[in-house]
Design a protein around this ligand. Structure first.
Ligand SMILES: [Zn+2]
Length: 199
């Protein structure tokens, strides 16, 4: 058993299994997270990862099934520093993944943000990310299919025919001769990825 880093963590929370990632552990450790179908969860995770980053995922998963949660409660439940939590939540807001309302706290006299997960944005954002990926893959495939590539013997540089000609087929890094590269496997790989994304 590892010793807890922070005093207020329970023993149960710090128990670890090697197979699990830190994120899984956070998700499993309490009933703060509502169970949702895996497929749905994966979509949410991919959208958040692509648009904001891995570390914002627990916030979104935590807000599933909840409404108007105080920023302080979110930060506390997820063991996040309040400024860190706010920063991530504003980034999620900019991507339309979260929404919030501000209310003045009657006792303390300051404003507190209450957050909601804007779940209906996910299918749209997921599709947008997929289309962007497809576009990039297709552009790359087009380039790989229409040019001949030259690779330095020492693998410092790789360039297309026009560029290689400018350098007289000599590597600008080490001066070695550059050879034509068979990029069939790259092409096949790109075709496969495109097929996966369109199926
Ligand atoms: Zn070289």
């Amino acid at each position: 058993m590892k010793k807890s880093k922070t005093k207020n963590r329970t023993k149960k929370e710090v128990r670890k299994t090697n197979k699990k990632t830190e994120l899984d552990e956070k998700v499993d450790k309490s009933i703060k997270f509502q169970k949702i179908p895996n497929e749905k969860k994966e979509k949410i995770e991919e959208v958040v990862r692509e648009l904001v980053g891995e570390e914002a995922i627990p916030i979104v998963l935590y807000l599933i099934g909840k409404t108007k949660v105080s920023e302080f409660i979110i930060a506390n439940d997820l063991n996040l520093e309040i400024h860190k939590a706010r920063n991530l939540m504003y980034k999620l807001f900019e991507q339309n993944i979260l929404t919030f309302i501000r209310k003045k706290d009657k006792i303390k006299g300051w404003y507190i943000c209450y957050w909601d997960f804007n779940e209906k944005s996910i299918p749209f954002l997921y599709e947008k990310i997929k289309q962007n990926k497809l576009k990039r893959l297709k552009e790359r495939l087009e380039k790989e299919s229409s040019s001949t590539f030259y690779l330095c013997k020492n693998a410092c540089t790789r360039m297309d025919f026009e560029k290689a000609m400018e350098f007289n087929f000599k590597c600008p890094e080490c001066g070695e001769l550059m050879n034509e590269q068979n990029n069939q496997r790259t092409i096949e790989f790109l075709q496969q990825r495109i097929k996966e994304l369109t199926s």
